[in-house]
Design a protein around this ligand. Sequence first.
Ligand SMILES: [Zn+2]
Ligand SMILES: [Zn+2]
Length: 314
Amino acid sequence: MLPEDISLHKDRETIWPASANVLLIRDSDGACLVDVGCGHEDTYLRLKEFVIAQGLLMTDIHTVVLTHAHPDHMGAMRYLLEEISPRIFLHPVEIPLAAEPSRLNETFDMDLPLRYGINPFMLENPDILEYFSNLCPMARADATDSIDPEGELELGRFAFRVIVTPGHANGLVSLFEPDIGMLFTADAVGDVVAWYAPSSGGLGGFLAGLDRLSALPSSFLVPSHGNISTTPQAEVEKTRARLMRREDKILGELAGGPVTFPELSSRVFSNPMIAFFPGPQILKCHLDKLEAEGRVRCRGEEDGWRVELLQGRK
Ligand SMILES: [Zn+2]
Ligand SMILES: [Zn+2]
């Protein structure tokens, strides 16, 4: 399915904190990479092995496109930049995050659970980089080029159309190549539904991105996490259905009467590992959407922030 001059490197796992898939696109000058994976040394060594297995050296990598500034996509820059100095492309809103990754605390809404009274680990100052440090270390990198959100990206002999799909990251970039029908969805669509947060584009952004992806005449889909699929539209709809199932669950929990935000969060996300991140952030995205649609009301009260259903389940 992939043309000869595009190769896909999949690391060992699919589910976070796994490394994102890496695309290698060859041209007469060498090759470019789309994403580079987590910042563990062994992850980077496997990436290098992959490059060498393509008959290339790391010094042949002249360009790196980062779909967004998250550790599973760009952590390995810490090792890569010790060896080479490629051109680095990022969406404009991701450039400052890659340059100063502590700013990810804002886009990940790390203070949101504290604001709503959720703090199971009694953290004073929750820091996403600390959280990542063992799972999938982050790196910093200075972009040399910004990706035109409305434009095209020429990689090898291909002209990829840039499709911005926020929700998971404001500047999350998917790529579509009409001549070969290839849709690279990054974290927007894959084997797992990526987390989303209000400050990363919210659920509205996520759903609008899915609309853009499903409208494309693609014949195969390459995700950042998971396997290539020959049914792109079905994959997009699968992601949409999973998001809607979560909304149904939230509405179901509210059907019994008003509940506080922490209570609702613990009912929807019972796994303690996501009780602080990204459960509450995801819940807030859904409540923002439902509130805008006039289906729920959220108000602060002395005993906590309450959510109530305004009309029955649709
Ligand atoms: Zn991501
Ligand atoms: Zn990812």
